[in-house]
Design a protein around this ligand. Structure first.
Ligand code: FE2
Length: 297
C-alpha cells in the first residue's frame, strides 16, 4: 500500500500489525495503533508536541531506579493502575472488590507476629491503632490459615524504608488468620503522604493544580493457596484527601472506619486516649495464589 496522504497512514500500519503472529499481541497492537493514531488526529498533535512527548517518555525511563518507578507513578496519576485493577477483579469488573494496587513499598520477608501483637518496632509517636480484620470468601465463609502481610506509613507519612529514624520493618508484620478468619494487631495511626514530585509526574500535577497526596491507608497482601492473592489498601474516610487521591486508588469497597475513641481502652488501661480502631473484612476471590514481585528489597 502506498501512502499518499495522512489518512493512508493508519490502514498501512494496521495491515502490518495484522501480521503479528501471537494472537494476543496482534489484538493489542491493532487496538493500540487505532487509538494512538486516533489520539494524534483528535488533538492535532504538532511536531513540537510530538518531540516533547518522546522526550518525556525517555525521561520517565531514566527516572527508574531500585527505589523509584516513575512509570508506575504516572500510570497511577492517570488512573490506569486503578482501571486495570478494577477490570481484572470483582468478577472481571462486575462487582466491587477488596483488591487495590500494590504500591511501591511492599517488602517480602516481614516478620511473623502473633495475633494481638504490635507492629511498632521502634519509638513511633502517634495515636494507638487497633486493627481487627477478617478474611472471607465470596460466600462470607471464613478463610482460616491465610497469611496477612500488612504495612503502612508512619504518623508523619513515611514508610520505614524511607526514614532512618524507624527500625527495620517498623509498621510491617505478617499474621495468620484463625479458625474464624480473624487476625488482629496493634499499631499507630498512619497519615496520608505525598508521592514524589521531582519528575515528570510532578510537572503534570503542577500543570493541573493537583496536590500530590494519597489519603491515609493500611496496605495488606493476603496469601492462601486456592485464592487469588489479595492485594488491598483500606482508606481512612476522615483524611482530607479521601476524595482526591492523586493515584485514584480509593473505591467505595476500600473505605474503612478508623473510629476515634476518646474514652479509656476497655482492655488496656495503659492506652492513652484518643486511640483508633479499624474493623475491616477482606473478601478473597478464587484463583491462583501467585505472589507479585516485590518492588523493593
Ligand atoms: Fe502506601
Amino acid at each position: 500500500m502506498s501512502i499518499k496522504r495522512q489518512e493512508d497512514v493508519t490502514p498501512a500500519v494496521l495491515e502490518v500489525m495484522r501480521r503479528t503472529r501471537d494472537p494476543r499481541l496482534r489484538e493489542i497492537m491493532i487496538s493500540l495503533v487505532t487509538h494512538l493514531h486516533g489520539f494524534v488526529r483528535d488533538v492535532g498533535l504538532t511536531e513540537a508536541e510530538f518531540r516533547d512527548a518522546t522526550a518525556i517518555l525517555n525521561e520517565i525511563g531514566k527516572l527508574a531506579s531500585e527505589t523509584h518507578n516513575e512509570a508506575v507513578l504516572m500510570a497511577g496519576s492517570l488512573g490506569v493502575s486503578s482501571l486495570v485493577c478494577l477490570l481484572n477483579n470483582g468478577d472481571d469488573g462486575l462487582t466491587e472488590t477488596s483488591q487495590s494496587v500494590l504500591g511501591p513499598f511492599w517488602r517480602r520477608n516481614s516478620p511473623l507476629v502473633a495475633n494481638g501483637g504490635s507492629i511498632v518496632r521502634s519509638d513511633t509517636a502517634g495515636p494507638p491503632l487497633f486493627v481487627r480484620g477478617r478474611v472471607q470468601d465470596r460466600s462470607g465463609a471464613a478463610i482460616a490459615g491465610a497469611e496477612i502481610d500488612v504495612w503502612h506509613a508512619s504518623p508523619i507519612g513515611l514508610y520505614e524504608n524511607q526514614d532512618p529514624e524507624q527500625a527495620d520493618m517498623n509498621l510491617r508484620g505478617k499474621f495468620i488468620s484463625d479458625d474464624d478468619g480473624r487476625f488482629w494487631f496493634r499499631s499507630v495511626m498512619m497519615v496520608g503522604y505525598p508521592i514524589p514530585t521531582n519528575g515528570v509526574v510532578g510537572r503534570l500535577l503542577r500543570a493541573q493544580d493537583r496536590h500530590p497526596y494519597r489519603p491515609a491507608h493500611l496496605h495488606a497482601l493476603i496469601f492462601k493457596p486456592g485464592y487469588k492473592v489479595l492485594i488491598s489498601q483500606v482508606y481512612d474516610p476522615g483524611d482530607p484527601n479521601i476524595d482526591t487521591d492523586v493515584q485514584f486508588g480509593v473505591t467505595r469497597a476500600l473505605i474503612g472506619e478508623f473510629v476515634r475513641h476518646d474514652e479509656a481502652h476497655p482492655d488496656d488501661p495503659e492506652v492513652t486516649a484518643p486511640w483508633r480502631s479499624l474493623d475491616y473484612t477482606y473478601t478473597m476471590e478464587p484463583g491462583e495464589a501467585v505472589l507479585p514481585r516485590p518492588p523493593i528489597k
